[in-house]
Structure formats: structure tokens, C-alpha cells
Write a protein that binds this ligand. Structure first.
Ligand code: ZN
Length: 277
């Protein structure tokens, strides 16, 4: 090879090497650049993950915070579910609650009218209404009584505030205030306005509301079985000092099977069971 050719060869090799180096540099830069993008993406993902975790942790914390008081409250809530519900209803005066306590100390609004009154489709001395859930319970109670050979009659269910006013006024005129207080609720203080009370009678009681009804086979059946269908005899014998009313073996109050059964089993009045007066 001539010297001139040698130089050309060296220049060509140098050029080739330079091109190769350039290619390597470009590829390396490209690789680094791609790495940088991926790293950035990863770090972006990573930076999102902690955010998500933070959110979740916050949520969990919130849940824990929400749950905490409930858990703390649980040990205090040793009473049965029915008792809690009943006590709340009594305390808050939730008039629509079937376990609402109404008596001489717990009154209801003059304007309260139950939204689900139905005319009771049972033997009755007159047309009368109840809230639908109470009417269903009473229908079952009457069926059970009939099955046991007893014939019951409805006498008086729902009474409006106005009707109760007239009834109370009539009782005051007839028996005087003290006498009326024992046998008749003041307007706004009657369970009949709740649509959850029914006075029942029988042929043996002359289709009237008499204390002697308690001694009839129908009265006895009511006393022993009403709770199975959601009712209690609201004003029992010997409890006038607690209920404020004379013995009324005919006055049934609907509370639902659970609460009625619990009260029946306790042997207490509604007031004693609720721990109030
Ligand atoms: Zn009554």
C-alpha cells in the first residue's frame, strides 16, 4: 500500500470510528433519556400511590373515628333492642313510632293524625279505625280468640283530638274532674289518638266497657294472649298509682310483638318498663 493510500485508509477508519462513536453516543443518550422518562413515570406513579394510600388511610381513620364511639357505646347498650327503641321513642316523643309512650306526662300534638288509618274489618259495635299495623295485629288476635271459642268485638279505636276533647268534657260533666281523670284521658294524652289503642268488649260484657270484662273468658283470653299479637292490657288492675287510670281490662295498646311480649313477661306497666312516669 502506498503512503497516500495508507493515509486515506486511516482517515476512512477514523471517519468510520467517529461515526460509530457518534452512533454509540446518540444511542446512549437515547437510552438515558428513555430511562429518565421511565424513572419520571415511576416516580410519578410512586408519588400517586402514597397519595392514594394517604386517602385510604384518611378514610380508614374516618371510619375508625366513626366506629369508635359506636364501639364505646356498645357496652352501655346492654338493654334489648326493643327497650332502646322504646326508650328513645318515649324520650323523643316520636309520635309515629308504634312504641311511643303517651300518658298524663307525655302528650301528643293536637294536630297529630296517623297517616295510615284503616277501618277495622272485624266484629264491632260501631265503625272504628286503627293504624294498619295495629289492625293487622288485632285481626290475628281476634282469629286466635275465635279459634279458642271466644267472640270479641271492637268498640273504640282511633279518636281524633276533637273527639277526645268531647269525650273528656262529657266525663267531667258526668263524674267531675277527679272521676273523669281516672277513666278518660285529656285531649292530647290519649293513646286512642295514636291509632294504636282499641277498646274491646264481648256479649258477656253487654257490649260495654266494664271492669267485669276482665273476669269473662274473653277478658282472660285477652290478658293471657294479647302480647302474642303485639298488644298489652295497658291499664292493669292494681296499677292506678302508676298509670293514672282505673283498671281497664278492655283497653288494648299495640306495641308490636317484641315490646308487648317483653312488657308482658316483665309484669310491668309501660311506664315501669320505660323507667319513666
Ligand atoms: Zn281505651
Amino acid at each position: 500500500m502506498r503512503i497516500k493510500d495508507k493515509k486515506r485508509f486511516i482517515i476512512a477508519c477514523g471517519g468510520l470510528a467517529a461515526i460509530l462513536i457518534l452512533i454509540i453516543v446518540v444511542l446512549t443518550i437515547g437510552f438515558w433519556h428513555r430511562n429518565e422518562i421511565e424513572t419520571a413515570a415511576d416516580s410519578a406513579k410512586n408519588s400517586q400511590t402514597p397519595t392514594a394510600q394517604t386517602t385510604m388511610t384518611t378514610k380508614e381513620t374516618d371510619t375508625a373515628t366513626t366506629t369508635q364511639p359506636a364501639v364505646t357505646e356498645q357496652p352501655a347498650a346492654t338493654e334489648s333492642k326493643e327497650e332502646i327503641k322504646a326508650t328513645t321513642a318515649a324520650n323523643t316523643g316520636g309520635t309515629d313510632s308504634i312504641t311511643t309512650l303517651v300518658n298524663k306526662n307525655h302528650s301528643i300534638s293536637a294536630s297529630y293524625v296517623p297517616g295510615d288509618l284503616v277501618t277495622v274489618d272485624l266484629p264491632s259495635t260501631r265503625d272504628t279505625q286503627l293504624r294498619s299495623v295495629a289492625a293487622e295485629g288485632l285481626t290475628k288476635l281476634f282469629a286466635a280468640a275465635e279459634g279458642a271459642g271466644h267472640e270479641l268485638y271492637c268498640c273504640s279505636g282511633y279518636r281524633s283530638y276533637e273527639t277526645q276533647s268531647e269525650l273528656y268534657a262529657w266525663n267531667v260533666d258526668t263524674y267531675g274532674v277527679d272521676g273523669a281523670e281516672l277513666v278518660s284521658a285529656r285531649p292530647g294524652m290519649s293513646e286512642h289518638q295514636l291509632g294504636l289503642a282499641m277498646d274491646v268488649t264481648s256479649a258477656a260484657a253487654g257490649f260495654d266497657l266494664l271492669e267485669s270484662f276482665g273476669s269473662t273468658s274473653e277478658g282472660q283470653f285477652i290478658k293471657e294472649n294479647a302480647h302474642k299479637y303485639g298488644f298489652i292490657v295497658r291499664y292493669p288492675q292494681g296499677k292506678t298509682d302508676i298509670t293514672g287510670y282505673a283498671y281497664e281490662p278492655w283497653h288494648l295498646r299495640y306495641l308490636g310483638v317484641d315490646v308487648a311480649t317483653a312488657i308482658y313477661n316483665s309484669g310491668k306497666t309501660m311506664e315501669e318498663y320505660y323507667g319513666t312516669n
